[in-house]
Design a protein around this ligand. Structure first.
Ligand SMILES: Cc1cc2nc3c(=O)[nH]c(=O)nc-3n(C[C@H](O)[C@H](O)[C@H](O)COP(=O)(O)OP(=O)(O)OC[C@H]3O[C@@H](n4cnc5c(N)ncnc54)[C@H](O)[C@@H]3O)c2cc1C
Length: 173
């Protein structure tokens, strides 16, 4: 099978990319080196309301909402910040990542766990993992690197078809 798009890493960015590509009708594979999506958790889970909204998940991962902060100095003085309304959420990253992966899978993306990418040869992604070494072809001959012309932060390997980006206004740093 030759995939239009192979996404490396099933974190929030990878899952969003996979969902977007699969939703556009591209055959999409997302590979993840760990055996479980969202684990191990290496994040405190504090997300601004807008960042959380961009994840397009349910309220399930929300552990609590944050409307202020108490900043304590080493000398014991403190500053209280009260925004009155919730400005951020603390999310359970494991649950958030899994819900995003589920959305990508529902859009048609395939997932391959316990598989790590270690290189690209031409239009083939080189991987090693639970299935041993594998070479997975993808169909983006002229795009085996970040493609600024797509102006999209979620497409490190631009597909060979012209795909309109749903994230206007974003630019690649
Ligand atoms: C201790 C800590 C606390 C943090 N706290 C916060 C916080 O409170 N709020 C906040 O907004 N951000 C926080 N962050 C940052 C946040 O975790 C990242 O910004 C976010 O996870 C980035 O998402 P991502 O999808 O780009 O990458 P990741 O979530 O890192 O996902 C990348 C995925 O790719 C996989 N992968 C990597 N290389 C390969 C490969 N070669 N082959 C296959 N799979 C691969 C990894 O296993 C991983 O699952 C924190 C980070 C740390 C370390």
């Amino acid at each position: 099978m030759t995939y239009d798009v192979i996404v490396i890493g099933a974190g929030p960015a990878g899952c969003a990319a996979a969902a977007e590509c699969a939703g556009q009708g591209l055959s999409t594979l997302c590979i993840e080196e760990h055996g479980t999506i969202g684990y191990p958790v290496q994040c405190a889970g504090l997300l601004s309301n807008s960042a959380f909204a961009e994840c397009r998940v349910s309220e399930r991962p929300v552990l609590t909402r944050v409307s202020g902060a108490r900043v304590v100095s080493g000398l014991g003085s403190e500053v209280l910040i009260d925004a009155k309304t919730p400005k951020a959420v603390v999310a359970d990253r494991g649950s958030l990542d899994r819900e995003m992966a589920e959305a990508a899978a529902n859009s048609g993306a395939e997932f391959l766990l316990k598989t790590a990418a270690y290189g690209i040869r031409g239009t083939t992604l080189l991987t090693r993992g639970v299935h041993g070494h594998a070479e997975i072809p993808f169909s983006a001959p002229h795009c085996s690197r970040w493609s600024p012309e797509y102006n999209c932060p979620f497409l490190p390997y631009a597909p060979c078809k012209d795909v309109p980006c749903r994230y206007p206004g974003r630019s690649i740093p």
